[in-house]
Design a binder for this molecule. Structure first.
Ligand code: SAH
Length: 356
C-alpha cells in the first residue's frame, strides 16, 4: 500500500485527514506539533497518542525519510555541510551557515536538476525527481536537531530549481513560515531561480514576503544563453519584467546573482551592460566568483579582479557585494558533495524504490 506523506500536509489538511479517521481535531494539533515543532522522526515518539492511534498512523502514513549520511564541518569558518539520503536512495545536500544574526540553512529543492546551467555541478546528471514539501522541511528539521540550535533563516539555493517544483516549493514556504511549525519569518527566506518567467509571476501573486533571487549571470540575452539553457526559453527582457513585477507586487527588493567567470562575463563591457540593466532598479547584486567544477573549464577570477569589477559597479551606483566564500574546504560548490558521493557509491546496491 502506498503510504501518505504526512509531513507534507499543512495544518488544515492534516486536520481533515485526522478527522476523517474519526479522531478529534485536537489530535491533529498534537500530531502537527510532533512533526513540525518537536521534529519527530517516527510515530513511536508521539507518546501522548494512544498506541492504537500510533499504529493506525504508521499503517497509513509515513514520515518521509531524510537521513544523515555524511556531515562535514569546515575548519575555516562556522559552516557545515550535510548529505541526506532520501527514501529511494537519492542524495541531497544542505548547508548550515552560522552568522551573527542567526543560523541559516541552504536546502535543496530537487534531487538533481534539469536546468543545465553550464557551471553548475547539480545539473550534470539531470533531474532525478522533485522533493516533496516534507523532504524540504526535514532537511532543516534534521539540522536543527543535530546542532541543537534554532534555524532562523532559510535559503533555497541548494540543488534544484524551486520554480520547476512549484507546488511543493510553495507548500514548503507556507509550512516553514507557519506559526504552527518552525515559524521562520518569510522575510528571512530567500529562494533563487534561474528565471522561469511564468512561475516568477505566479509567485509574485501568492502574497508572500520572501526574497526572490534571480540568477542573472549574463548581462545580455546572448551571454546568458551561453551559460544558461533556460535563456533559450525566456528572453532576458521578460525575465527582468517578471522581476519588476515581483517587486511591484511584494515590495521585496530583488537580489541578482552573478557568477563571475574569468574572461566570460567579467569584462569592462559587462560592467557597462550590467549598470544599464540594474541602475534604475531597486535591487541588490551579489557577485559569486565561480566555483570551478572539474567537468568544465570555467576559471574563477582572482580576488583583485573580482574586487575591481565590484568597485566599478559600485561607482556606477549599483548596490553590489561579493558573496563571502564559506566552507571552501568542504566541497564548496553546489552539488559537489552529492556528486562525489554518487560517483563513489554508484552501482553498489539496488536501492529499494519509494512508495510513489
Ligand atoms: N536553481 C536555482 C538555485 C541554484 S543554486 C537558480 O538557478 O538560481 C544558487 C546559485 O548558485 C545560482 O545562482 C547558481 O547559478 C549558482 N551556482 C551554481 N553553481 C555554481 C558554481 N559552480 N559557482 C558559482 N555559482 C554557482
Amino acid at each position: 500500500m502506498i503510504k501518505k506523506d504526512i509531513c507534507s500536509y499543512d495544518h488544515g489538511q492534516l486536520k481533515n485527514e485526522i478527522e476523517a479517521m474519526g479522531e478529534k481535531s485536537f489530535r491533529s494539533r498534537q500530531i502537527y506539533e510532533w512533526l513540525h515543532v518537536r521534529l519527530a522522526d517516527s510515530f513511536d515518539e508521539m507518546t501522548n497518542l494512544s498506541k492504537k492511534l500510533r499504529e493506525q498512523l504508521s499503517a497509513e502514513y509515513e514520515i518521509r525519510e531524510v537521513t544523515l549520511t555524511e556531515r562535514q564541518i569546515s575548519s575555516v569558518d562556522p559552516t557545515e555541510k550535510f548529505l541526506f539520503r532520501l527514501c529511494e536512495g537519492n542524495m541531497v545536500e544542505s548547508v548550515l551557515m552560522r552568522y551573527s544574526y542567526g543560523n541559516s540553512v541552504c536546502i535543496s529543492s530537487q534531487a538533481g536538476c534539469r536546468m543545465g546551467c553550464r557551471f553548475c555541478a547539480s545539473t550534470l546528471d539531470g533531474l532525478m525527481r522533485n522533493l516533496t514539501p516534507s523532504e524540504m522541511l526535514r532537511q532543516i528539521y534534521q539540522i536543527q536537531k543535530l546542532i541543537g540550535e534554532r534555524i532562523s533563516n532559510v535559503v533555497v539555493m541548494g540543488t534544484g530549481e524551486p520554480l520547476d517544483n512549484y507546488d511543493n516549493f510553495l507548500q514548503f514556504i507556507r509550512m516553514v513560515s507557519d506559526e504552527h511549525g518552525l515559524n521562520i519569518s518569510q522575510r528571512n527566506i530567500t529562494a533563487s531561480t534561474c528565471g522561469i518567467v511564468p512561475n516568477m509571476r505566479r509567485l509574485a501573486e501568492e502574497d508572500l514576503q520572501i526574497t526572490l533571487a534571480l540568477s542573472l549571470h549574463g548581462s545580455t540575452q546572448e551571454k546568458r544563453k551561453a551559460l544558461m539553457p533556460v535563456a533559450n526559453k525566456y528572453e532576458l527582457a521578460e525575465v527582468l519584467e517578471a522581476c519588476d513585477y515581483y517587486f511591484e507586487k511584494t515590495g521585496r527588493r530583488i537580489t541578482f546573482e552573478y557568477s563571475l567567470v574569468q574572461g566570460v562575463n567579467d569584462q569592462p563591457e559587462d560592467v557597462r551592460e550590467l549598470t544599464a540593466l540594474l541602475k534604475r532598479r531597486n535591487c541588490h547584486l551579489n557577485l559569486i566568483p565561480v566555483n570551478p567544477i572539474k567537468e568544465r573549464n570555467f576559471v574563477r577570477p582572482d580576488s583583485k579582479n573580482a574586487h575591481e569589477f565590484k568597485n566599478k559597479l559600485e561607482k556606477n551606483g549599483i548596490n553590489v557585494t561579493i558573496r563571502r566564500e564559506r566552507g571552501s574546504d568542504i566541497d564548496g560548490a553546489c552539488g559537489q558533495l552529492r556528486r562525489r558521493y554518487t560517483a563513489v557509491t554508484e552501482g553498489e546496491s539496488d536501492e529499494d524504490i519509494c512508495d510513489d
